[in-house]
Design a protein around this ligand. Sequence first.
Ligand code: MTE
Ligand code: MO
Length: 516
Amino acid sequence: MGSSIEAPPGTGRHPAARALAGLLAAAVVLAVGELVSVPIAAESSPFYAVGSAVVDVTPQGIREWAISTFSTSDKTALFAGIAVVIALVAAAAGIVESRSRPAGSVLLVALGIVGAAAALTRPGSDWTWALPTVVGVAAGVFTLRRLTSALDPIEAGAAAGIPRRRFLALALTAAAVAAVAGVVGRMLAEGRRVVAENRAAVRVPTPTSPAPPLPAGADLPVPGITSLVTPNHSFYRVDTALRVPSLTTDDWRLRIHGMVDREVTLDYAALTARAPIERMVTLTCVSNPVGGDLAGNAMWIGYRLADLLTEAGVHPDADMLLSTSVDGFTAGSPTAALTDGRDAMLAVAMNGEPLPLEHGYPARLVVPGLYGYVSATKWVVDLELTRFDRAEAYWTRRGWSAHGPIKTASRIDVPRDRASVPAGRTTVAGVAWAQHRGISEVQVQVDDGGWSSAALSSEYTNDCWRQWVWDWEAPTGEHTLRVRAVDGSGTVQTGEVADPVPDGATGWDSVRVSVG
Ligand SMILES: Nc1nc2c(c(=O)[nH]1)N[C@H]1C(S)=C(S)[C@@H](COP(=O)(O)O)O[C@H]1N2
Ligand SMILES: [Mo]
């Protein structure tokens, strides 16, 4: 390719090298797309999404022909077919790309639009499913521009040997990037698939201590209000995991050690041979701002931590349980909060399913009344009994408080902030929580008027949130609604405004509405 051949009009020199540049750029698109798809969903990778979309739009007759012609390898044939089309377009993209005429980049972007459209139309997709294609195409265009400009005589210099050396170095780099991204992406996706299969085969234990039945009126059917139970798919997620750890029940072990009489190590079978409890508990993140939605309520099944700690025999001066996840996150919980009779547990199920992978599969801690960062370790594998004056957990090292009891909070769900409502009777509603103390009253204030008591949903347990509803005779004009709760001990939620750092936000949630 070093010898100077006459290039066809409109294309650069070295067409074979340019075609190779296009192929490498496409490999980078697919491999980076594969890697970025891992934390999102396997089906969001551009290659897979296009394949699935092609299957969906292929007329039944052709599909039957493909199945009968390629028998069970019809999927392989399909992917091979797509690969050939991509390779042809990519080679063409390389040939027509030049420094002055980025037509090849435009072709890659066009391929990207097809990939993103396919991903965004997959069932269950959301906007994030476009990211693997978008990031992949950006990396691919960058690769294509670098490689082809190395072949451009203006940039690379006229001497034949120089562009060849430079091009080869760049091409090898692109190939290596594509290979590493592709292999790592495939490996991670495979880990996730293995765990998903393991989870699908896990049986949710039948609680020997089931949750009490829900009283009537515990979940009010008010439009726009937060439902009593948060479905798993909309449960907030907060963690430091760049990718969800892949931990199967076969690999899971829990070690209880430190200031104990006897070290205990459990595998999943030994854990689930114990008596499970079922309890509803509302989790809250310390980072939740006033009025925010980093809180969710679920029915958990798990094993009482107090019992596991008794088996190990906790030393009386061990005031901290330092829990560690398989990916190295740590939380420090006061031993007292785990042994004072509340239903602190090592949970394995959430709302009737094994824990979702994102929520700590196969086992996590749930402690009523403590913020997640000091208690709710997901993918938990290690419990060390220690002391607050000896150990520091993940977020405490980063400036957050060592102790994190949940502060009393209340939120207005309807009307929404800046909503317009017609004058007259309007429903104001929301939720309030003060886990393990319970909510005894919720009060609403209009502008600077007095505080009125809202109606409350029936209390289920004091470990979960409670809905509130207030009927407002709304007068015309601009108004501010405020809410505050009174906890089970009679303490009124403070109106003093504090940031989430270091131990949780305070202040009253408010909305502004225009009535007219
Ligand atoms: N392994 C691990 N567990 C973790 C965290 C984490 O970063 N890693 N974050 C904690 C925090 S800050 C919160 S608020 C809860 C959130 O739990 P969820 O994602 O199931 O809602 O998990 C806790 N458990
Ligand atoms: Mo959190």
